[in-house]
Write a protein that binds this ligand. Structure first.
Ligand code: BT5
Length: 270
């Protein structure tokens, strides 16, 4: 493997995230495993890493393609003292930390797509899956699952994602060290998570918005059978997307799949 567990453990000792690592050569889904750890009462910042997932999960029962030893598959256990309605902040925070990490390894413009995608050159390089356990109006724990396509090649892509997915190796032409990326990822996550729980979501929101591709453009959000269409105005203090339809009041969207109908040509990227 292109990471060495003892070295990861040494580099991450004392960090909020990654101080305890559960590594698996092969697993169903790192999110399922981290969820079990959450139910067993393990402390926040424990992480699960796998070299391969046999049943990697996306949102809404979709699957995450997880070939062996090519990519990063990790899930992080967190216990923020938030109300469940503020949970989307975690996905926003994680997107920012991933974008900051990828910037070190890939010179291309990295775009954040609400709620949970990270794209380079319009292709998906990372997906985030947050799963929450809440009780009595309080978050018990959140599992933040992150899949980053690192050394996957064209040949590894199944037909359904061959046009929509990419990897850092496909973009840079060079194989990268997953260990180095993981260390940077957990350090960036620790930094932004600390800021988030110290009440600093506003700074995260602003930085995220700078790298976001939807804001200012015309979007369509599909959520179950509902379709919302309008101009994406930004995200609010909980991480929900604010959409202004052609008629009527601004709508606050908590979850769903966003697609761009007409881009804001002035969007900055990062
Ligand atoms: C996501 O869902 O993007 C969340 C993906 C989270 C994956 C991580 S890996 C570690 C942890 N353990 C897990 O079991 N999951 C998390 P969603 O927005 O629903 O997007 C899923 C869609 O992305 C699929 O339906 C495909 O179209 C596409 N897709 C699947 N695998 C992909 C890949 N490796 N790269 C890019 N796109 C992919």
């Amino acid at each position: 493997m292109d990471f060495c567990l003892p070295e990861l453990e040494r580099s991450l000792a004392g960090e909020i995230i990654g101080h305890k690592i559960y590594y698996y050569e092969e697993i169903g889904s790192t999110n399922d495993e981290a969820y079990l750890l959450g139910r067993q009462g393990l402390p926040e910042g424990s992480v699960v890493i796998a070299d391969e997932q046999k049943a990697g999960k996306g949102r809404l029962a979709r699957s995450w393609h997880s070939p062996p030893k090519a990519n990063i598959y990790t899930s992080i256990l967190l216990r923020p003292n938030f109300a469940p309605a503020a949970a989307p902040r975690l996905t926003i925070m994680a997107g920012l930390a991933v974008a900051e990490t990828l910037k070190i390894f890939c010179p291309e413009i990295i775009q954040l797509k609400w709620p949970n995608d990270i794209l380079i050159g319009r292709k998906k390089v990372c997906g985030i899956l947050a799963q929450m356990q809440a009780e009595a109006g309080k978050i018990d724990f959140i599992v933040l699952g992150i899949g980053i396509n690192v050394n996957m090649s064209d040949n590894d892509l199944p037909p359904d994602i061959e046009k929509s997915a990419t990897s850092l190796m496909m973009l840079t032409g060079a194989a990268l060290s997953r260990g180095e990326i993981l260390i940077n990822l957990y350090k960036n996550l620790s930094k932004w998570y600390k800021k988030l729980i110290d009440g600093g979501f506003e700074e995260i929101r602003q930085k995220w918005t700078q790298g976001a591709m939807l804001i200012g453009g015309e979007v369509q959000i599909n959520y179950h059978k509902e379709i919302i269409r309008g101009i994406a105005q930004g995200i609010d203090e909980d991480g929900a997307l604010l959409v202004k339809p052609a008629e009527g009041k601004e709508i606050r969207v908590m979850a769903g799949d966003a697609s761009i109908i007409k881009e804001n040509k002035n969007a900055a990227g990062n």
